[in-house]
Design a protein around this ligand. Structure first.
Ligand SMILES: [Zn+2]
Length: 64
């Protein structure tokens, strides 16, 4: 009798897990900066704020 819970798929390695976590953090940071950030995090770099603000308008995200 075969074990129904035995998976034949390869398990992700620790390195692949960290890579996936890094991508998730990077993408969620970009989404946050382009959609919700109002200048608190980018106050020291107004160019960055303007860049993400323009991206927000380009994507049609409600802004102001
Ligand atoms: Zn705006």
């Amino acid at each position: 009798m075969s074990n129904l819970f035995a998976s034949t798929a390869a398990r992700p390695t620790m390195q692949e897990g960290f890579a996936a976590l890094g991508w998730a953090l990077t993408l969620s940071s970009v989404i946050f900066l382009a959609s919700f950030e109002q200048g608190m995090l980018t106050a020291g770099a107004p160019v960055a704020h303007e860049l993400f603000h323009d991206a927000r308008h380009l994507l049609g995200f409600p802004c102001h």
